[in-house]
Ligand binder design. Structure first.
Ligand SMILES: [Zn+2]
Ligand SMILES: [Zn+2]
Length: 274
């Protein structure tokens, strides 16, 4: 079993004929430790650590787990009624004496109560249908004042919606409302900002989100109806191409005979058509 950290420096690829390849996602110097993550990136600390303990039998104390703000991403934070963030005082403390507190008022809540709230919302995300964008939108609306905008549950739903908008039946890119198209772009950009911190280097999810961002921006540009020799059209087109090239640079390591390899081939075709 490879060593674990919730901020990993490796990436795995899988081919259809069951070949697993381990890549370094960031520069690794001689003597550096090699880490894989056995937890999903968009999971709150409590749930990540309990999952690792029950499934892999160790307590993670990595830099992300021991930092209440999770490297200033606030993936586990709830929003306080005062507008501040409610965070675990010590995320490594799973005893009944543990507390969460607001970073801008005196609010203090027992960790057990927070764990119950977190679990309740997690069960709602589990019950959510992946082919129901309207249900996902309702979830985001319901929790936008309860959870931090970067909360893992919010990001996971935004990730699903960033794909659904533009591909699901009834939500194809050409017929998507302007509002939903703008949201697709916004969700992709949001995911990319967080991935830069939690999945530094050549992250597969980053490659996929860049491709979706490109799709959204290309459609937005098409709707502007600019002439092809317009300077704004040319400069936007150039910026969009850079997104697609960056996506390919990341996904080029995916084996051709794999799910993500098919996306890589699709991007290759789009670049050749340009
Ligand atoms: Zn950790
Ligand atoms: Zn407060």
């Amino acid at each position: 079993m490879m060593m674990h950290s919730c901020i990993k420096n490796t990436r795995l690829t899988f081919s259809d004929d069951h070949v697993l390849t381990i890549l370094c996602r960031t520069k690794v110097k001689k003597g550096d430790k090699i880490y894989h993550s056995y937890a999903r990136t968009f999971t709150p600390t409590n749930i990540r650590r309990i999952g690792l303990f029950s499934g892999k039998h160790f307590s993670c104390e990595c830099i992300r787990c021991k930092d209440p703000s999770e490297l200033q991403t606030f993936l586990s934070a709830f929003t306080c009624s005062c507008g501040g963030q409610i965070l675990a005082e010590d995320p490594l403390d799973l005893t009944p004496d543990a507390y969460w507190c607001c970073n801008s008022c005196d609010t203090r809540i027992a960790a057990l109560e927070m764990a119950g709230k977190e679990r309740g919302i997690m069960m709602e995300t589990y019950a959510m249908k992946r082919d129901d964008p309207l249900g996902m939108e309702t979830f985001l609306e319901k929790y936008k004042t309860v959870l931090h905008k970067n909360h893992a549950f919010i990001l996971e739903v935004e990730k699903q919606l960033s794909v659904a908008y533009g591909s699901f039946p009834g939500f194809q890119i050409e017929t998507l409302s302007d509002k939903r198209l703008a949201r697709k772009i916004c969700y992709c950009s949001h995911l990319l900002d967080i991935l830069d911190i939690l999945e530094p280097g050549i992250s597969t999810q980053k490659g996929l989100s860049l491709y979706d961002l490109w799709k959204g921006k290309e459609e937005m540009l098409r709707r502007l109806g600019l002439k092809k020799d317009d300077s704004k059209y040319k400069s936007e087109k150039l910026k969009n191409s850079a997104l697609l090239e960056e996506s390919l640079r990341i996904l080029e390591y995916e084996p051709t005979n794999s799910l993500h390899g098919a996306v890589k081939e699709e991007i290759n075709r789009k670049l050749k058509e340009m």
